[in-house]
Structures are given as C-alpha cells and as structure tokens.
Design a protein around this ligand. Structure first.
Ligand code: HEC
Length: 282
C-alpha cells in the first residue's frame, strides 16, 4: 500500500476505496453502495482517522507519523486518481487535480472550525451571502457541487473566497495583469477611453517558499502583443516590480487600495499594512 502524506499541508493521498470506506465509517453511512458525498476529498479529525482506519486503510508508516503529529487537528484525505486518468492527463494536471481536491477539503475544515468555535454565526453567513447576491452565490454553489471545479488558490473566484475568509491572499495565488492601450473616440464614445490592443502581460505569483527572499512574491513579464512569450522565468529581485509592489501596496504586495470592496474586507480583517499611507506618492 503506497500512501503519500504531506505533513506540511496535512494532506494524505489514499486509494479511492480507502477514502470511501473512511467517509462511510466517519459519517455512519451503511451499505455497500458508492453513494458517498465528496468522494474526491474529505477532511477528518486526526483522532477519528486513527480510530476508524483499519490496518488495510492506513500505511503503518503513515499511522506512526499521524500518531506523533499531535498538533494536527484534521487530516485532509485526497483520493488518488484512477490509472486511466493518470495516463490520460499531463502530469501537471494530475498534480493540479489533487491540490484542487485538497483545497476543497481545506475550505470545509476552515468553515466548520469557525462555526464550531462560534466565530462564524449562521446569521453572519446569511448576511455575507446576501451581500454577495443570491444568484451569484447559487452559481458558486453549483460550481462547488461539481466538486472538481473548485480550483486551488490561483483561480480568481477561489482566491477571492479565500480572501474573504482570511483577509489576505493564500499561497499560490496568481495575478495576471493585462495592460491594454487606451483608445479614444471609438464608435459612439467621445469622452472616455476604451480598450485597445494588449500592450503587456505581467504576472505576480505568491509562493512563500519559492519566493521567500523577495517577500513571498515573484514577478513575471510575458512581453507585449507583438512578442508575447509562451513562458517566463521570474524577474530578478532588482526589477522595478519588487520595490514598487512591496512599498506602495495596502495588502500583501497587492494594490487592494484601488478595490473598495476588497479594501473594506482587508480593513475589517486588519490586514492592511501598517506602512500603507494613502497620501504617499512614489
Ligand atoms: C511604480 C509602481 C509599479 C511598478 C514598478 C510595477 N507595478 Fe505592478 N502594479 C502597480 C499598480 C499601481 C497596480 C494596480 C493596478 C490596478 O489594480 O488597477 C499594479 C498591479 C499589478 C498586478 C495585478 C495584481 C496586483 O498586485 O495588484 C500585477 C500582476 C503586476 N502589477 C505586475 C507587475 C510586474 C510584473 C511588474 C514589473 C515588471 C510591475 N507590476 C511593476 C504598480 C507597479
């Protein structure tokens, strides 16, 4: 039995049948059917996992590891992909799928923990949903229901959801900035500016391990429309991006100050940087 346990993230990769067995045991689902919710991923308290897992469910090394990991509250169980999927998909897509599943389970853990501790009340949740808008929220839920579509930090919507919960961007968040030329007097427009051709594509990636030496963020330049690159290496720390993004931003290297909805959340969560000064010009 080969199982991978990522201690840093508390993620354990198991066979699909093991996952189904554990979910059934934990949720007291009887019978042999496969109708188990969340078959790709499931978060379980560490103690429950150790108690419910049979010797066939858990690799002895993993069990030892988990027994010692006393500060780990819950373990995120992610089902391995089928052999068919693994051979069909490019390797990075396999990894993505697994992280996506782990991220999904992580959201459940966070929300449940907050509800258990009374930090997130039913009424607050309702209020937040109303603020997002029922139609929009239903749309989100529909996507969540499709399980695999909940992207890991990196997708706009999930990153935004993470942001709403924590007040800052989760690790692996990625921003793509598409800079376009401004056009005037297009069609009926004669006052403002409308979008023209792509002038530049830039990117920012939060990865606290990979970019530890530059405050957890890496910056990339993909060039403009005429010379748009397929891939780009991170720019050196001397590039202008790093200094401007670290010293003039309101929240975690990003210009949240220009987004009133996000800025309000950051203020409420207390994640606006002490160094942020709205009157300061470069
Ligand atoms: C003089 C300051 C300055 C420099 C230098 C700079 N930026 Fe930015 N950058 C900004 C501002 C201001 C915004 C916000 C624009 C907006 O949201 O409308 C921004 C936004 C971005 C975003 C969108 C996400 C975010 O952080 O808000 C990306 C991605 C980005 N810049 C990448 C880069 C890259 C790559 C470089 C270097 C090649 C760079 N920037 C250099 C000021 C700067």
């Amino acid at each position: 039995m080969e199982q991978t346990f990522r201690a840093a993230e508390g993620v354990l990769l198991v066979e699909g049948r093991v996952l189904r067995h554990l979910i059934k045991a934990h949720r007291h689902v009887k019978g042999l059917g496969l109708g188990v919710p969340h078959v790709h991923c499931y978060a379980m308290p560490r103690d429950a996992l150790l108690r419910l897992a049979s010797p066939e469910d858990l690799d002895p090394n993993v069990r030892n590891h988990l027994t010692r990991a006393t500060d780990l509250r819950s373990v995120i169980l992610v089902a391995k992909l089928s052999q068919a999927d693994v051979s069909r998909l490019p390797p990075e897509e396999v990894t993505n799928k697994l992280w996506r599943a782990a991220f999904h389970a992580r959201i459940h853990v966070e929300i449940e923990q907050r509800m258990d501790s009374g930090a997130l009340l039913e009424a607050t949740l309702r209020e937040r949903i109303d603020r997002i808008g029922q139609t929009e929220f239903d749309e989100v839920r529909e996507i969540l229901r499709q399980d695999d579509l909940l992207l890991p930090p990196g997708g706009d919507r999930e990153a935004y959801a993470e942001f709403l919960r924590s007040g800052t961007w989760p690790d692996k968040t990625m921003f793509i900035l598409e800079i376009r030329r401004a056009e005037t007097n297009v069609s009926i427009n004669n006052g403002g500016h409308t979008q023209g051709d792509v002038a530049l594509i830039e990117a920012a990636v939060k990865d606290t391990t990979r970019f530890a030496s530059t405050g957890g963020w890496g910056y990339f330049d993909f060039g403009g429309r005429d010379r748009l690159a397929e891939s780009a290496a991170p720019l050196p720390s001397t590039a202008r991006c790093y200094a401007c993004h670290s010293s003039h931003t309101a929240v975690d290297n990003t210009f949240v100050q220009f987004y009133p909805e996000l800025f309000a959340v950051a203020k409420a969560k207390g994640t606006v940087k002490a160094t942020y000064d709205p009157n300061r010009k470069p």
